[in-house]
Design a binder for this molecule. Structure first.
Ligand code: A2P
Length: 285
């Protein structure tokens, strides 16, 4: 598959296509100044990104909409050039809630459609307006939902997902890898038992060989095997850096060596919800 900065959409089985790299936009709302996400999304579009990954629950979706609309108004892109993925949060899983929740997202974005709408996590929390519902004793309020849907999957050299990838490729299903750089390592929801991915010796040695960073090597690794990546960054230089992955390629042997780094341990294990009856990570994928 030939991928370039201007042509890096990969086909989906329904005839649509998805750009293989997208900008991740989650950033802890309490620690992120207003306007950061709009700025990052505009820099990303100017740098060549055509895919933005967001969610209502990130509380900055209006800024993504602002950035896309501004770039359309400037004539930089058309709506159909942009791929936006929105997400249904865990408190909105009831079937009758899906449409109004999507409409809320469209309203916030001030766009007519999203290109992809996915279930954010496959565990439901008590339906309602409270995003993180707990009872008066601080216990999480879980909810039973009937889920038979796809879900985005963590994927990077320390968690390469060979079985799932093979299954999906056999069935023409594209994987979108969240946390492709190994996350921001926020201890409240990340398992820190694996060392920081970007400090890995092999990844850094390969970076040196290609005059790239370890981050660019891990992103290249995934796109070279057809996995869509959505690295988040609010840093203008890193947003641009993460897109400079179309001008080099890894050899077959290097791809195998990177696969060999797999530790089969998730960073994002959401252990705080491990007693949820539908906690997904007790199962093998
Ligand atoms: P920053 O926004 O300061 O660049 P996620 O797992 O949500 O995709 O988060 C990725 C994390 O990696 C963020 O903390 C982001 O921080 C950081 N990051 C993004 N791009 C790079 C890069 N090229 N090199 C090192 N760290 C990066």
């Amino acid at each position: 598959m030939y991928l370039s900065a201007t042509n890096h959409r990969i086909p989906l089985s329904d005839g649509n296509s998805i750009p293989i790299i997208g900008l991740g936009t989650y950033s802890e709302p309490k620690l992120t100044p207003k306007g950061t996400c709009a700025k990052s999304a505009k820099i990303a579009i100017d740098s060549g990104y055509r895919h933005i990954d967001g969610a209502y629950v990130y509380r900055n979706e209006h800024e993504v909409g602002e950035a896309i609309r501004e770039k359309i108004a400037e004539g930089k892109v058309r709506r159909e050039d942009i791929f936006y993925c929105g997400k249904l949060w865990a408190t909105r899983h009831e079937p009758e809630m899906v449409r109004p929740t999507l409409e809320k997202t469209l309203n916030v974005l001030q766009l007519d459609y999203v290109d992809l709408y996915i279930i954010e996590i496959p565990m439901a929390l008590k339906p309602g307006d409270e995003i993180y519902p707990k009872d008066e004793n601080g216990k999480w309020l879980y909810h039973k939902s009937n889920l038979c849907a796809t879900w985005e999957v963590e994927c990077h050299p320390y968690f390469t997902q060979p079985k799932l990838l093979k299954f999906c490729q056999q069935h023409d299903i594209v994987i979108i890898a969240h946390s492709p750089l190994g996350t921001s390592r926020n201890p409240s929801w990340v398992n820190l038992s694996s060392p920081p991915l970007l400090r890995d010796e092999l990844l850094n040695a390969l970076g040196k060989k290609y005059k790239k960073t370890a981050a660019q090597v891990v992103l290249r690794f995934n796109i070279q095997r057809g996995v869509v990546v959505i690295p988040k960054s609010s840093n203008p230089e890193r947003i641009k850096e993460n897109f400079q992955i179309f001008d080099f390629s890894l050899t077959e042997e290097e791809m195998k060596d990177i696969e060999g780094l797999n530790k089969n341990v998730r960073f994002v294990d959401m252990f705080m919800w491990c007693d949820h009856p539908e906690y997904p990570f007790h199962d093998e994928y």
